[in-house]
Design a protein around this ligand. Structure first.
Ligand SMILES: Nc1ncnc2c1ncn2[C@@H]1O[C@H](COP(=O)(O)OP(=O)(O)OP(=O)(O)O)[C@@H](O)[C@H]1O
Ligand SMILES: Cc1ncc(CO)c(N)n1
Length: 279
């Protein structure tokens, strides 16, 4: 039977990030996607113009509808907006005993709009991170959660350890916002102190809308299919590398990534992107 997954996230009317990016990624990778909408954003490649959060009871009702009928093999959370929605999300995950929980702690959109209220960061740490198999902050998000500046590899490791102190099994600090001009480097650390670096050549492109959502959705798919966390991160890195490599040039701003590129690369001899893993 096809594996079923869930995304709990905001809608991006521009289709490049949020629920839309997640569902496209799930579809490309061959799993069945259910979704719980937490907020509707009026958004395009130039930015977010308006945000309409769902009432917490609407989030709860969607979680119950999904939980009562589907066999969720893995799930991801994205934009959760406020503490009440985080609370409902955590309750739903606990009520249905869902495992393989990927928390993408979405905070700020590329154009600067806030997708998580400041007061909700504490709720994220207290209620959601303890349920996470893996949490996938970008560098600014990792700084907010840890309360530390990330300036180099030493402070990145310290921030990762601080994030794990809130209870997630593991963390991937993504490198899209890193300063290395040649490499996009994602740093993995788990509760056993094991660390890994997943490295790919940095692609020079403005078509980066929704990279984080797409990466986390691909990772979630791997977990749903029974891959190890290592394999799931590796495949997610290949997926995003392909999606950034073949630009779509849609919209006038930060355009969406190309969710169909990974499957195309699989069909080409030597087309799959190599990811370097440093132990
Ligand atoms: N220019 C790039 N070239 C190669 N890989 C990239 C590039 N930008 C981001 N990535 C990769 O994309 C994934 C997502 O990282 P990033 O730090 O951009 O997430 P994010 O900031 O949460 O994204 P967004 O907010 O746009 O959804 C990571 O695996 C990162 O290494
Ligand atoms: C709805 C939504 N979720 C996440 C992001 C972050 O990319 C975004 N821009 N919009």
């Amino acid at each position: 039977m096809i594996r079923q997954v869930l995304t709990i996230a905001g809608s991006d009317s521009g289709g490049g990030a949020g629920i839309q990016a997640d569902i496209k990624t799930f579809q490309e990778l061959g799993v069945y996607s259910t979704s719980v909408v937490t907020a509707v954003t009026a958004q395009n490649t130039l930015g977010v113009s308006e945000i309409y959060p769902m009432a917490p009871k609407a989030v709860k009702a969607q979680l119950i509808a999904v939980g009562e009928d589907f066999d969720i093999a893995a799930l991801k959370t994205g934009m959760l907006f406020d503490a009440e929605i985080i609370g409902e999300t955590a309750s739903g995950i606990q009520q249905f005993g869902w495992k393989n929980v990927v928390v993408d702690p979405v905070m700020i959109a590329k154009g600067g709009a806030s997708l998580l209220q400041q007061a909700a960061v504490e709720a994220l740490k207290e209620y959601l991170l303890p349920l996470a198999l893996v949490v996938t902050p970008n560098i600014p998000e990792a700084e907010v959660i840890s309360g530390m500046d990330i300036k180099d590899t030493v402070s990145r490791r310290q921030a990762a350890a601080k994030i794990l102190s809130f209870g997630a099994d593991s963390v991937v600090i993504k490198g899209g916002h890193g300063t290395d001009p040649h490499m996009a480097e994602d740093f993995y650390l788990n509760q056993n102190g094991e660390e890994l670096l997943f490295r790919s050549p940095r692609i020079s492109t403005a078509q980066t809308h929704g990279t984080g959502c797409t990466f986390a959705a691909a990772l979630t798919t791997g977990l749903a299919k029974g891959q190890s966390l290592y394999e799931a991160i590796y495949t997610a890195k290949q997926f995003i590398q392909a999606a950034l490599s073949e630009e779509l040039h849609i919209g006038a701003g930060h355009g969406p990534t190309n969710h169909a590129a990974y499957q195309k690369s699989m069909c080409r001899k030597g087309g799959v992107h190599h990811v370097e893993v440093v132990r």
